[in-house]
Design a protein around this ligand. Structure first.
Ligand SMILES: *Cc1c(COP(=O)(O)O)cnc(C)c1O
Length: 362
């Protein structure tokens, strides 16, 4: 039943998942660990799921070097529900939250926060269509309720080199680069990541939050949108997305086995190779010109002539390579090189770029 002829998948999310993880997930749907039950049929308040949750939480803490001052939660509602829950929980009436406006998702988070309080945009690169990171603010007002940053800008292909240390609670959207490199996760009071990039399948969002943040909720909220209520219910406030959490656990085990240090090395090699080829190849150009701002997860590039755009995408599809179409607001191409993409996959793309150049320069 295994399909060994899977395409090389450069989609931005949902995205590539390692074959071994897909196989184990598929097996669990049919008969979870020989329990005689499908993973889709196990009770969410029973021991089978409690073990899954505990192992997943332990692995997150282990991979991010988090101590017991952090709580790990698995939430419904994707990234956007976090955009809403953060101000609901942590931006009180009359208070101001700081946001760094570094791209599409950051701007969306800002628009959600405005429903609940004041937003101070401390830096923005919108005027340049987000083709570089905004300059870090010279000073940060320490009365801000919190500061929200986006560590990797999935659509525009820029990425923060590090997680800053600030004097207000720091909240980071790490949806598209979590576990891709060593990072100072502990500089954050809360960070979160949708699963459908580096932690498996859509339907669940990993949230790591300091326990003292849980005490600082600013509103009397219905439990489903309260971090404190989810934590108090030990992750089973309602029926959680069990299969998505199990798939996340499989990805966490895969990540732990590879080690983040080795994943980071491979990610560095993957992007070095691809950016170098874009710069060398007469048919393509990089969109992000400041090299230190370039993302190691989402590589955005354009064609030197408009007619190459559709033609190259078609050429890739003919050669079993998919998902490189760029976001309409940015340009021709985006190759998303999440952890499941290997160096060999990128070598394949580079070979196609070279072949395409040879054909078109005849
Ligand atoms: C993909 C992504 C999201 C996605 O949010 P959904 O609501 O789950 O679609 C949020 N933030 C970033 C940085 C992303 O890359």
């Amino acid at each position: 039943m295994t399909n060994s002829k899977l395409k090389i998948n450069f989609n931005p999310g949902q995205a590539a998942i390692p074959q071994s993880v897909l196989q184990q997930a598929a097996d669990a749907v049919l008969n979870y660990n020989n329990t005689g039950l499908s993973i889709l049929g196990i009770p969410h308040r029973g021991k089978l799921f409690a073990d899954i949750l505990e192992e997943a939480n332990t692995l997150v803490k282990d991979l991010c070097n988090l101590g017991n001052e952090y709580e790990v939660l698995w939430m419904h509602g994707g990234g956007r529900l976090q955009f809403a829950m953060i101000p609901m929980n942590y931006l009180g009436d009359g208070e101001t939250a700081g946001y760094i406006d570094s791209g599409y998702w950051a701007a969306d988070a800002i628009s959600y926060a405005k429903h609940y309080g004041n937003v101070a945009i401390l830096a923005s690169s919108k005027q340049d269509n987000y083709t570089h990171l905004p300059a870090w603010p010279a000073s940060i007002d320490n009365t801000l309720a919190y500061l929200h940053i986006t560590s990797n800008n999935t659509i525009y292909g820029t990425q923060c080199s590090h997680i800053p240390k600030v004097d207000v609670p720091l909240i980071a959207d790490m949806s598209s680069d979590i576990f891709s490199r060593e990072m100072d996760y502990t500089h954050c009071d809360m960070f979160y990541a949708v699963a459908q990039k580096n932690i498996g399948m859509a339907g669940v969002t990993m949230v790591a939050v300091k326990k003292d943040m849980l005490q600082r909720t600013k509103r009397n909220l219905p439990p489903m949108v309260s971090y404190a209520a989810h934590a108090a219910a030990n992750g089973v406030l309602n029926t959680p997305p069990v299969f998505a959490i199990y798939t996340a656990l499989l990805m966490l085990r895969w990540t732990k086995e590879k080690t983040i240090a080795d994943i980071e090395k491979e990610n560095n090699a993957k992007t070095a190779l691809l950016y170098k080829e874009i710069e060398r190849n007469s048919l393509f150009d990089c969109i992000v010109n400041i090299k230190t701002d370039r993302s190691k997860m989402n590589v955005c590039f354009t064609a030197t002539k408009p007619e190459y755009e559709k033609a190259f995408i078609r050429f890739c599809e003919e050669h079993n390579v998919t998902g490189i179409e760029g976001h309409r607001s940015v340009g021709a191409f985006r190759a998303s090189l999440y952890n499941a993409i290997s160096l060999a996959d990128v070598q394949q793309l580079v070979a196609l770029m070279q072949e395409f150049e040879t054909i078109n320069n005849k």
